[in-house]
Design a protein. Structure first.
Length: 403
């Protein structure tokens, strides 16, 4: 983006974003006057602000942006307007990014409002909870979205909508400014992440925002290696074997086999993954969700099980640099099918949808949802790449080989 013309480009983005929102209800909050003022400041600046100069970005409505409302997914906080950016947002804005809208998590905080709809088929769900960012980036209304991922909330909607969805290593990015607040002791699974149709832009966003901010004590100063420096010929890749308890569609299974073949063709060595971790992962996660109603002894056992699971993962992954798996068992489901799964309390057991994304959340591993074309009716397919903690560059390098 040149130092002149940012305002015109942002105006065009806002037009596209409003039109998309009318069709998909993906945007929670617009603040167009403030957005245009930000663009005008960039045009008036004597130098380019940084590598994101003029790049339009959307932000999930669980992450603070100064001047925008941030309800945190609940009507109780609909009038909340933070006075500071979340650290990740501040770092991208310092590099020239323009936040053009706050996106809806799940179906938004208003239970009577219209649901967020899929960008390809309005009868289907886009996945959550970073729903709006997945829809916006998949539709091309903005190139980058900032979301958050606890059990797969970046990766699942990215997969169902057909964009890249990166969950960095837990502790790679500060969580400062996420609302509701999370931390390594209150929720050691959650991290801010990115969604976008351009893998290089997603990696640039990670590099621009990684590292300690002095406020989130769970972010150590671990260097982030460039993916371009990774030698694929030195890496070993494994495919998560079929699990009879969690079958996947033929299209998803085919996408995974095709992706492994591409990585082997790129120089990686295929090895075997033998640990059947899905059932244990789901049990630990369900226990975590129930922690507030469990006794002290039960909660202590749940944490011990979680620690044991992470140790077993590190042992299993010692000889596997990249694990490839489905993101979900099938393509984006029909909303009617999801509604049919609602219990008497009106809730859907989402652990069924997230079963393939839960493990990386428990181990703190970097994981990336990678688009792999479409199925026979044109719905996006995807695969998931998982690496050991702090080896974010491995999943990014492998994803480039799948491009």
């Amino acid at each position: 983006m040149s130092t002149r013309g940012v305002a015109g480009a942002i105006d065009a983005t806002l037009v596209s974003l409003h039109a998309l929102d009318e069709r998909t209800h993906a945007v929670e909050w617009f603040e167009d006057d403030r957005v245009r003022a930000d663009a005008a400041r960039l045009d008036a600046a004597p130098v380019i602000a940084g590598q994101f100069h003029g790049v339009p970005v959307t932000v999930k409505d669980w992450i603070d942006v100064e001047g925008f409302p941030c309800a945190g997914g609940t009507p109780v906080h609909r009038d909340r307007r933070p006075t500071e950016d979340a650290t990740v947002v501040a770092r991208l804005r310092a590099a020239g990014a323009v936040v053009v809208g706050k996106t809806r998590p799940w179906d938004g905080w208003d239970p009577d409002g219209p649901p967020v709809t899929h960008p390809v088929d309005a009868a289907r769900v886009p996945g959550g909870s970073s729903s709006g960012d997945a829809v916006v980036t998949a539709a091309g209304a903005a190139p980058l979205g900032i979301g958050s991922d606890s059990g797969g909330s970046v990766r699942l909607p990215a997969a169902w909508c057909g964009v890249f969805g990166l969950r960095p290593t837990t502790g790679r990015l500060p969580g400062t400014g996420h609302f509701p607040r999370f931390g390594d002791r209150s929720d050691g699974r959650t991290t801010i992440g990115f969604l976008g149709s351009d893998l290089a832009l997603v990696e640039h966003a990670l590099r621009a925002t990684a590292g300690p901010d002095g406020l989130d004590g769970a972010v150590p100063p671990v260097p982030l290696a460039p993916s371009a420096d990774v030698d694929l010929g030195a890496l070993r890749v494994a495919l998560l074997p079929p699990d009879p308890d969690w079958p996947v569609s033929g299209a998803v299974a085919g996408a995974c086999e095709h992706a492994v073949g591409m990585l082997v063709d790129a120089g990686m060595t295929r090895v075997e993954w033998t640990w059947p971790w899905l059932a244990e992962t789901r049990a630990i996660t369900l226990g975590y969700w129930q922690r507030t109603i469990r006794s002290g002894a039960d909660a202590s056992q749940q944490l011990w099980d979680w620690d044991r699971f992470r140790r077993r993962y590190l042992a299993a992954a010692a000889d596997v640099d990249v694990l490839l798996s489905p993101v979900a068992a099938d393509v984006a489901p029909l909303r009617t099918a999801m509604d049919a799964r609602r219990g008497e309390d009106g809730q859907v057991d989402l652990s069924e949808d997230f079963v393939f994304t839960l493990p990386a959340s428990l181990t703190g591993s970097p994981a990336l949802s990678v688009p792999m074309g479409v199925d026979a009716v044109g719905l996006p397919l995807a695969v998931q790449l998982i690496a050991r903690p702090w080896e974010d560059a491995h999943v990014l390098a492998a994803a480039r080989a799948l491009g």
